[in-house]
Ligand binder design. Structure first.
Ligand code: HEC
Ligand code: HEC
Length: 315
């Protein structure tokens, strides 16, 4: 009996060790690559829309404050347990940037999280599984445009050193998203709640303002734990935790008593009356029109309230 237990125990330990070694050696997993067809609209309205979306969604990681281009930067604000992470150069440089990526390869990455070499881009790289085709195409048209932000820059990437945890998570819980099988239309902009919901999901407000990055659901954001109830713990540039406020209409712990005007001002300028300004990683969304910001407010007022008191970080 004892012998069996010892053998059994040793076998389990050996299997575990083998699994750990396998993950360490295998690293980040690879998947088959597709090159979906794509037709870009490069008129000035599309390029402006693409620049606006990229400024709100991609610049937070890929914009380098020194070059003021999308040449990438070390992500000091990513949790240390993910390893050493660098957002790469995504300007049009053919060697260091993404100048030789096809439009379909960029689309496939942004939808699914699979890079053109088949490797999965870890969870900290944004994915846009729900964005309207017209908007995602506008972002790609902008990346391929002659805007200064994306002009070929001769700056090599710093190699990333993903941690064992990142390797383990990408081999287990984090999987690529499926390529959409039907067209995704733009929201009806005359319906404020629909427009606001589209923006609140696609600008990834919910990803920071729900309970935890690990329990977010990017395919059905409403299924994220504590959807918009706050309490998630993103980091600032010094690596300090900045708890996210509750944005549900709960009158005591959420923003149920906020006026639309107060919300639009806080969102677009970071100014909160009678209190210190909102700090990183909450950046002022200056690119949003008042109508878009107000639509997000109306959407948030329409979702179920969650009672969850979140203390603001003191400094
Ligand atoms: C939260 C930070 C973050 C955001 C936001 C982000 N990225 Fe990334 N991106 C990364 C990181 C980190 C990588 C490297 C992933 C890896 O190591 O596989 C990456 C990789 C990429 C790559 C692959 C480049 C290469 O050379 O392999 C492209 C293209 C890209 N991002 C485009 C975008 C676009 C477009 C957006 C906006 C829609 C965006 N990213 C938003 C962090 C981010
Ligand atoms: C990267 C994470 C992150 C993203 C993305 C983000 N926020 Fe925030 N947000 C925060 C943090 C952290 C704070 C608190 C900042 C502080 O304490 O100074 C905050 C504060 C706020 C506040 C102030 C609420 C209050 O009670 O003081 C509002 C309103 C807000 N965010 C709305 C939004 C909207 C709308 C979006 C999407 C367009 C968004 N946020 C995207 C992290 C984020």
């Amino acid at each position: 009996m004892r012998k069996i237990l010892i053998y059994g125990g040793t076998t389990i330990v050996l299997i575990l060790l083998a699994a750990l070694l396998f993950i360490q050696v295998k690293g980040i997993p690879s998947y088959p690559v597709e090159k979906p067809p794509i037709t870009l609209n490069t008129d000035s309205a599309s390029l402006a829309r693409g620049k606006k979306l990229a400024s709100m969604l991609c610049a937070s990681c890929h914009l380098n404050p020194d070059t003021r281009q999308l040449t990438g930067r070390p992500m000091v604000d990513a949790p240390k347990e993910f390893g050493e992470i660098h957002a790469p150069n995504i300007t049009q440089h053919k060697t260091y940037g993404i100048g030789d990526w096809t439009e379909g390869e960029i689309l496939f990455l942004l939808r699914t999280g699979i890079k053109r070499d088949g490797k999965y881009a870890p969870p900290y790289m944004a994915k846009l599984p729900l964005m309207a085709d017209q908007d995602i195409n506008a972002i790609i048209a902008f990346l391929k445009s002659n805007d200064r932000m994306v002009a070929a820059a001769d700056i090599p990437d710093q190699p990333a050193k993903p941690s064992f945890l990142t390797k383990a998570l990408t081999n287990t819980v984090f999987k690529p998203f499926p390529m959409p099988t039907a067209p995704i239309p733009m929201p009806d902009t005359s319906n404020a709640i629909e427009l606001g919901g589209y923006l609140a999901k696609n600008l990834e407000c919910f990803s920071c303002h729900s309970a935890d990055f690990k329990s977010n659901d990017f395919l059905v954001p409403e299924h994220s734990e504590g959807y918009f109830g706050g309490g998630n713990k993103p980091l600032n540039e010094e690596g300090q935790v900045m708890p996210t406020p509750n944005l549900t209409p709960d009158k005591v712990t959420g923003i149920g008593n906020w006026s639309e005007e107060k919300f639009v001002k806080a969102l677009k300028s970071g100014i909160k009356e009678g209190e210190p300004a909102l700090r990183y990683p909450m950046k002022p969304y200056t690119e949003l029109t008042d109508k878009e910001a107000a639509a997000i407010y109306k959407y948030l007022m329409s979702i179920p309230p969650i009672s969850n008191k979140v203390e603001r970080s003191p400094e």
